[in-house]
Design a protein around this ligand. Structure first.
Ligand SMILES: Cc1ncc(COP(=O)(O)O)c(C=O)c1O
Length: 338
């Protein structure tokens, strides 16, 4: 059973009609979610994901239906039923089922969950740098496929001011990601008052003078679990990490860019573009997908292009891959980092 579904206490077929009409998750987006990556049949950094979910639930006063052990059991059972070694587990906790009314009901919260075999996404560069398996030889300037690295598209950050809550309300993220998709970009890089916050579904990192910069974990970004892990990998590797948001004007000094997330791991980036006319990009999406970035021509301007081989990004991607390999061999993820 490679695809597993779970809704409110029962394992169900993934396509089953299980969500009642008056479930607040789909009527109001009144809930939170998490996603964990499964490597070698084991959920990666599950404790950190559960800790973040507890913070999200607390922030919007939804009752946590399980304790830590209950969550570990449920997620473990779902992975076991799927029989998958490489998968993603998504789960949502909503404020439950009650007659439509904005005011909080006295209903019990409801959990839905899916396990899916991993659909490998992203560019070949991503796969080359983060594919799981026995670590191969280190990437060198000659072997790094820099030219094929995907772009980011810079767009206004139109999300609410509590982006640290992993809310199921993803409309601004969905629209930004759709624009990125239409412009053949890996991700939408979100900009608030000139400062770069994060991407529509990942955290963004910059290398300057061989050191790392990423936005601080305040209310305006999601505290990524991969961000937390990569920050530790970097510190262990002696690469200083500055938790400060970069302004768009500072891109000129940037040597490398990469994004991190549970599903994208470490994705190296080759350029950053932005629409010349943001209103058009946001609200009048072109009906026809341009066949390549080049064909979009003057509708985009380039803010940054990779000046050289991404040395720090490649090093971290390699460390990440080695860590995953060690975990697959049975080591605990947290024993691998200090
Ligand atoms: C807005 C946003 N930022 C950052 C991330 C990265 O978080 P994580 O590393 O926990 O997957 C995500 C992942 O879904 C996201 O949606």
């Amino acid at each position: 059973m490679p695809f597993v579904g779970y809704y409110d206490g029962e394992f169900v077929e993934l396509g089953a009609r299980s969500v009642p009409i008056e479930e607040r998750g789909h009527q109001f987006g009144d809930g939170v979610y998490e996603v964990v990556r499964v490597y070698g049949g084991r959920p990666f950094l599950l404790d950190w994901h559960l800790e973040r979910m507890e913070n999200s639930l607390k922030a919007i006063a939804i009752e946590n239906p399980f304790d830590r052990e209950g969550w570990i059991q449920l997620i473990g059972e779902a992975i076991r039923r799927s029989g998958e070694a490489e998968a993603t587990v998504y789960w949502q906790v909503t404020r439950g089922i009650a007659p439509r009314n904005h005011v909080f009901p006295s209903a019990k919260s409801v959990v839905s969950l899916t396990v899916r075999p991993l659909a490998v996404s992203g560019s070949s560069a991503h796969e080359a740098h983060t594919a799981v398996g026995e670590p191969g030889p280190a990437q060198t300037a000659d072997t790094a496929p820099q030219a094929s690295l995907p772009p980011l598209i810079a767009l206004p950050d139109e999300r609410w001011a509590n982006a640290y809550v992993k809310s199921i309300n993803l409309l601004p993220n969905v629209i930004a990601k759709e624009i990125a998709h239409r412009y053949h970009a890996q991700e939408a890089m979100l900009v608030k008052n000139g400062s770069i916050t994060e991407c529509s579904g990942s955290n963004v990192w910059f290398v300057r003078g061989g050191e790392l910069w990423t936005a601080p974990t305040n209310r305006f970004i999601l505290p990524g679990i991969t961000r937390r892990f990569v920050r530790q990998l970097a510190k262990d590797a002696g690469v200083p990490v500055h938790e400060e948001a970069l302004h768009l004007d500072e891109l000129q000094d940037v040597e490398e860019v990469f994004v991190t997330s549970t599903t994208q791991e470490i994705q190296l980036i080759g350029s950053i573009v932005t629409p010349v006319d943001k209103e058009t990009a946001l609200y009048n999406l072109p009906a026809d997908l341009p066949s390549s970035l080049v064909s979009i021509g003057e509708t985009l301007k380039t803010l940054w292009t990779s000046p050289s081989t991404p040395v720090v990004g490649l090093k971290l991607a390699r460390l990440f891959r080695e860590t995953v390999y060690r975990i697959q061999q049975g080591e605990s993820p947290l024993a691998v980092i200090q």
